[in-house]
Design a binder for this molecule. Structure first.
Ligand code: ARE
Length: 584
C-alpha cells in the first residue's frame, strides 16, 4: 500500500459535525486502495483497545469517493448515537489489508493481539456551540455584483462637472467618474427581479476619494456621489420587498488617507490617540507621498493611499464591530464581504462574527480570499469565501486544450474537498469580478461563455454574475472590466436574446434542487478526453446530467432525458463548444 497517500485527522474538513446528528468523516488514500471500511462506535461502549475487551463497533463500507490527482477522497456520514464517536479504518488494496489508527497502521494479526494500546480516532463530543453553521438562504441565492459608479446613474440631471458622460462603448479609466449611484440601482431593481436575481453584492459605497471607494474616508457615511442614508435605506427596503438580499463591501484591512484617525496620526505622530490603530515603522516620514516599499508604514499592496489598519488592536476591533452593527441596524443588510479578507487578524474576525451573529443570526459573512481559506472557515470567522480557485480552474481548463476531462474533475473535487459542506453550500462562486478580466473577454466566444456559466449554475455554492454578464459585456483587466452598463441599448434584439438565455440558466438553478445540491460525481460515458460530464443529485436521488463538449469534435449523445438547457445540440449531436443539461 502507498502509505504516504493515506491521511486523516479528526479536525477541519476531514471529520466534523454537519449538524447536531450527522458526523462527516473523510479520508484520503492513494489510487491503490480499492476499498475502505470504517469501524466505528461509541468511545465508552465499542470496546477499549488496551484492555482485553473486544471491539463491538460497527463496520461499514465507505462507498462515496472523489478522485484527486494521485489520491482518492473517501467520504461518509455517521450518526453517532451519543454525539461522540471513535473509529478506525480498514484499507484494502488488491493484495493487502491494513488497519489505520491515529497512531499508525496495523496488520490483521497486530489488530487481534490482546492488550495493544492502539489509539482510535476520537470525536469526543459534538458540541452544538461548535458546529459550523452557515446561513441557509445563501445556497438559494443568485447574486449580481454591482460596481456602483458604472451600473446606473439614476439622477443624470444632477451631474456635476466632475462627472463624465455615460459611455456605452469603449474602455474606461480609474480616474473617471460616471455618476452611477444608489438611486440608479433602485430604479433597476425590477429589471434585476425579472432577470431572476435574488441577491446584490455591492462594491464599496462608503465615503472615499476614488471611484472604486476602496480607500474609505468615513465608514459611517454613504459616499455623497452615490447618495445618502435615506437612499440606501430605500434601496434595501425595496430590494427586500422584491425578494432581493443586499451584501455590502467592508474595507477593514486598510482605510483611505482621509480617514479621520489616519489624519490625526499624520498631525500628531506618535502622540496621536490613534497611533496604534495603524502599522507604522518610521514616524518621521509617514506624510511622504511615495509607495510604501520603504516600510514607513504598512499599506494595502504598496499603495500609500491605503494605510493598513491594525486589526490586532482592541479599539480597532470594537470600532469596526460598531460600524457593522450600525450598517445592520440602519439598512438591514444581509451580508458583508470583507475586502482583503486574509490579512485582517483572526482575532478581529472571531470577535466580529460573534458580535454580528448575535445581532442578526443569518447574516452572511464572506471573506475575499483567493487561495485555500480553510483556516478562516472553521465556523468562527467567515461563512464562506469568494471561490477564486474554481474561477481559475474553469478558466484554465477552457484555455489549455491539453487538459483532459479528468483534470477538470480533479480541479472541481479539489475545490469541494477543501472545506466543510456547510461552507461549500454557501461558497460565493464567480467567473469574473471587478478584479479580473470579464468572462466574455477570455475567449470572445458565446458558446464557451455559456458552457462556463452552465458550470457556475450547477455546482454547489451560490452563483454570482458580474453586472453586464447577462449581455456578455466585454472588458479586460481592471480598469477595463468596469465599463458602463449600456442601458440605452438594452432593448436591442441581440441583448434581449442574451438576457433570455441568462434568465433560463437562472431559472434552471432556482427551479431544480439538483443544481444547488452538494452531491455530484463524474461518470465516464464518453471516450472523448475533453467531454466533461457530471451528474448532480438531490436528496431523493433525482438527477441532472451536465455535458460540455470542450473538444474539437462533435459528440453523439447517449441516453435520453428532459432537456433543461442546451446550446449547439440538435437532439442527437452535441457540437463543438456545446452544452447540454438534462434531467435523467
Ligand atoms: C489600482 C489600479 C490597478 C493597479 C493597482 C496597483 O486600478 O490597475 O494594478 O492599483 O497598485 C482597489 C481598486 C483597484 C486598485 C487598488 C489599489 O479596486 O482598482 O488598483 O484598490 O489602489 C490581491 C488581494 C485582494 C485584492 C486584489 C486586487 O489579496 O484582496 O489583490 N482585492 C481587493 C478588491 C480590489 C481592491 C482592493 C482589494 C484594495 O477586490 O478591488 O482594489 O482595497 C492572486 C493572489 C491574490 C491577489 C490576486 C489579484 O491570485 O492570490 O491575493 O489578490 O492575485 O492580484
Amino acid at each position: 500500500m502507498e502509505f504516504t497517500g493515506v491521511y486523516h485527522k479528526t479536525s477541519e474538513q476531514m471529520s466534523y459535525p454537519l449538524d447536531e446528528d450527522r458526523l462527516i468523516v473523510n479520508i484520503k488514500t492513494g489510487y491503490d486502495v480499492k476499498q475502505v471500511f470504517i469501524h466505528y462506535g461509541d468511545p465508552y461502549e465499542a470496546g477499549i483497545l488496551g484492555g482485553n475487551e473486544k471491539w463491538t463497533g460497527k463496520r461499514e463500507e465507505i462507498i462515496y469517493k472523489k478522485r484527486l490527482p494521485y489520491q482518492i477522497w473517501w467520504t461518509t456520514t455517521l450518526l453517532p448515537a451519543y454525539k461522540r464517536c471513535k473509529y478506525y479504518f480498514e484499507l484494502r488494496t488488491e493484495e493487502e489489508v491494513w488497519y489505520y489508527f491515529e497512531d499508525g497502521f496495523l496488520t490483521e494479526e497486530q489488530l487481534q493481539m490482546d492488550g495493544r494500546m492502539q489509539q482510535c480516532f476520537i470525536v469526543p463530543w459534538m458540541n452544538p456551540a461548535d458546529i459550523n453553521r452557515t446561513p441557509a438562504w445563501v445556497n438559494d441565492t443568485i447574486w449580481y455584483q454591482i460596481f456602483p459608479d458604472r451600473f446606473c446613474n439614476g439622477t443624470p440631471e444632477k451631474n456635476g462637472n466632475d462627472i463624465t458622460p455615460w459611455r456605452n462603448h469603449g474602455t474606461v479609466t480609474n480616474q473617471e467618474k460616471f455618476g452611477g449611484n444608489l438611486e440608479g440601482i433602485r430604479q433597476r431593481l425590477q429589471y434585476l427581479q425579472e432577470l431572476g436575481i435574488t441577491g446584490i453584492y455591492l462594491n464599496p459605497i462608503m465615503e472615499a476619494e476614488s471611484n472604486h471607494k476602496y480607500d474609505t474616508t468615513d465608514y459611517t457615511k454613504i459616499d455623497p456621489a452615490f447618495g445618502n442614508e435615506e437612499m440606501m435605506k430605500a434601496l434595501c427596503r425595496e430590494a427586500h420587498e422584491k425578494g432581493i438580499r443586499i451584501m455590502v463591501d467592508a474595507v477593514f484591512n486598510h482605510c483611505g488617507r482621509k480617514f479621520a484617525p489616519w489624519m490625526d496620526v499624520l498631525e500628531h505622530g506618535k502622540d496621536s490617540r490613534y497611533a496604534d490603530w495603524f502599522m507604522i515603522e518610521d514616524w518621521e516620514e509617514i506624510g511622504k507621498r511615495a509607495d510604501t516599499r520603504d516600510r514607513r508604514f504598512y499599506s494595502f499592496a504598496f499603495a500609500d493611499t491605503m494605510p493598513k489598519l491594525n486589526t490586532n488592536n482592541e479599539e480597532v476591533i470594537e470600532y469596526f464591530c460598531k460600524v457593522c452593527e450600525e450598517w445592520i441596524q440602519k439598512f438591514d443588510i444581509d451580508g458583508i464581504r470583507f475586502d482583503v479578507g486574509n490579512e485582517v487578524s483572526h482575532r478581529f474576525l472571531k470577535r466580529m462574527r460573534e458580535h454580528l451573529k448575535t445581532i442578526k443570526p443569518d447574516i452572511y459573512l464572506l471573506g475575499e480570499i483567493w487561495h485555500d481559506a480553510s483556516q478562516w472557515l472553521q465556523g468562527d470567522e467567515y461563512d464562506s469565501v469568494m471561490n477564486y480557485p474554481l474561477l481559475s480552474g474553469i478558466h484554465d481548463f477552457f484555455l489549455d486544450k491539453t487538459m483532459k476531462k479528468e483534470e477538470f474533475e480533479y480541479m472541481v473535487n479539489r475545490c469541494y474537498t477543501m472545506y466543510m459542506q456547510q461552507n461549500n453550500d454557501v461558497l460565493f462562486n464567480l467567473l469574473d469580478s471587478h478584479d479580473t478580466e470579464r468572462l466574455m473577454n477570455r475567449f470572445h466566444n458565446l458558446d464557451k461563455f455559456y458552457q462556463q456559466l452552465a458550470i457556475l449554475f450547477t455546482l454547489p455554492g451560490s452563483p454570482c454574475i458580474y453586472y453586464g454578464t447577462e449581455i456578455a459585456m466585454e472588458g479586460a483587466h481592471d480598469p477595463d472590466c468596469r465599463r458602463c452598463m449600456p442601458w440605452s441599448e438594452i432593448e436591442s434584439k441581440e441583448n434581449q436574446e442574451k438576457i433570455a438565455m441568462m434568465r433560463k440558466l437562472i431559472m434552471l438553478r432556482r427551479n431544480e434542487e439538483m443544481c444547488r445540491s452538494p452531491h455530484f460525481h463524474f461518470p465516464d460515458t464518453y471516450k472523448n478526453d475533453r467531454c466533461v460530464e457530471y451528474i448532480k443529485l438531490d436528496e431523493e436521488g433525482n438527477k441532472i446530467e451536465v455535458l460540455l463538449n470542450a473538444s474539437e469534435e462533435e459528440i453523439k449523445v447517449k441516453g435520453n432525458g428532459k432537456i433543461l438547457f442546451a446550446r449547439e445540440f440538435d437532439g442527437e449531436i452535441l457540437g463543438v463548444n456545446g452544452t447540454l443539461i438534462r434531467r435523467i
